[in-house]
Design a protein around this ligand. Structure first.
Ligand code: F6R
Length: 246
């Protein structure tokens, strides 16, 4: 695991976008795994700027980590909607090469299998972008999820529902279930880029990066991944015990 610490969220976002840009430049038909939530928004804004300056997404394929069960793609709080609003509408990706779990799919088991199959068909994920939940989740793999899990339907932890209620009018509006890539699905990405910003992530970051590898903090599995880069701002890094250079 390589850990990079930046002073601010803006610098963290730029550093993440630079890594993605370099990867796309090296392999124009790259397969990217993408995340939603607050953390990657700055990185997506940088990528949009880079696109305006010539970065080409026309051969890129993307797979998103997750989607709320029950939210249609045009629901403003759905992750489908989020991705178009925050990235896809502003870059030249072919919409047929965008894969996001469907929140209103009728047969979740079947479509989860299809999702895994599709990832394999395109040769696997080259670079997976991740955020981390305050309970240590990656994707929506909540504490206790077996580390060999694959894309599936999951129940959201109460802490996640609470955290994500900031995006909804009422806490009761937050869906209780989601479809998420599994931990094993994520782990199979050739390269992983985990971002965390802010003091509210400091505790979980210290557990995930310096604590034991455990299904109770699903992000801790990344300690075993052969090519993971973690980019933190100083606030998110503030509870790490080891010293890292800025
Ligand atoms: C989002 C996802 C989640 C988030 C995590 C952190 O697609 O899979 O794991 O990355 O909940 O969310 P933020 O960035 O909003 O703190």
């Amino acid at each position: 695991m390589k850990i990079i610490i930046k002073k601010t969220y803006e610098e963290l976002s730029k550093a993440a976008a630079d890594i993605i840009k370099e990867a796309i430049t090296k392999k124009p038909n790259i397969v990217l795994g993408l995340a939603t939530g607050s953390t990657p928004i700055g990185c997506y804004q940088e990528l949009i700027k880079m696109h305006k300056e010539g970065l080409d997404f026309s051969k890129v394929t993307t797979f998103n980590l997750d989607e709320y069960l029950g939210l249609a793609a045009d629901h403003p709080q759905s992750y489908n909607y989020f991705m178009y609003e925050n990235l896809f509408n502003y870059i030249n990706i072919n919409h047929k090469d965008i894969y996001i779990p469907g929140g209103t799919t009728k047969n979740v088991e079947e479509s989860s299998k299809e999702y895994e199959k599709k990832i394999k068909e395109v040769g696997g994920i080259d670079l997976q972008l991740l955020g981390i939940g305050s309970d240590g989740h990656i994707g929506f793999n909540e504490p206790g999820t077996p580390l060999d899990s694959r894309t599936q339907l999951v129940k959201l932890a109460e802490s996640t529902i609470q955290d994500n209620s900031r995006f909804f009018k009422k806490r009761e509006d937050v869906p209780k279930f989601a479809i998420t890539m599994g931990i094993q699905t994520i782990f199979e990405a050739k390269k992983i880029l985990l971002l965390a910003s802010g003091e509210n992530k400091a505790e979980v970051i210290s557990k995930a990066l310096e604590g034991p590898i455990t299904p109770q903090i699903t992000a801790s599995i990344l300690q075993k991944h052969p090519d993971t880069i973690v980019i933190l701002d100083t606030a998110a890094a503030s509870k790490l015990k080891k010293q890292y250079q800025l």
